[in-house]
Write a protein that binds this ligand. Sequence first.
Ligand SMILES: [Zn+2]
Length: 305
Amino acid sequence: MYKWPFVQYIGMTSTSKSFCIAHAVLLRERQTDFTCALEHLKGMLEDSIEPRIIVTDRDSALMNSCKQVFPNATRNLCRWHIRENIKKKWKGIYDSEAREDFALLWTVLCESPTFDEYEYNCLKLQEMLFKIGKEKVWDYIHDSWLLRDKENFVSCLMADRLNFGESTTNRVESQHANLKRHLNGANNTLHALVAYTIELIEAQKIEIGATFEKSRITLKRDHNLQVFYKLHYKVSIKALTLLEKEYGKLDKMIQSGHTCRHQLRTSMGLPCACEVERHLDTLVPIPLKSIDPFWRKLDFDPVVP
Ligand SMILES: [Zn+2]
């Protein structure tokens, strides 16, 4: 028999859904245990794409193992876990109004699109916390997170590295919750855990297969632009939605004379607004090869190099 706290999850994200391809049962949470589980995961991937982005909490043993086993993956910190850590520092009454204000300002800060906006959002959060006498909470946020690790969870500071929009471990946590619901209690045999895990993975695989299929047969009206013509039915719907949004920024970008800072290219592996503009100018549709393989993988077949 084992107890729940010892179960760790390793999740993997596909183009639109998450799937936990491995659930490792660990007796301890030491670096050697994590490394062993991740090495096994790596061995199981065979011809699949290795993880390109890994999001974790700030567990140094886990972070070191990820760095050791998947050195080429971008490693970021989970915003949800950071927020939970901040909440633990919140002594005394934490009324609903303060909670809502904090949640909103924290989210806005994490999603700051430029460094100027990040600095402004820091100031707004600090003001809000000072106003309700939570100076120590601000000190904790500033010293423990912003000063040390902002590059690993604030949007504008993560934008020069691929992250595919992943900023929390929520997808994996929800699979964890699903499995817990299935198991119905804290004590289970390893046999029951394996059986339920296989069941869950099969269900996830069907669900993900359906999203692949949808991307292969659906063309949304907003995506039906000549410049995207070569991408139709060949990339995920989510990728086309992001591109269409980028296309929508063009007028403003041209009028302001600024560039798009190429964030969609660097953080998502998709053509940024200036690339889209060049294709529009030359009347050459965006070729499939300019889309990162992450968005082009619409089946479970091995990856052909
Ligand atoms: Zn650009």
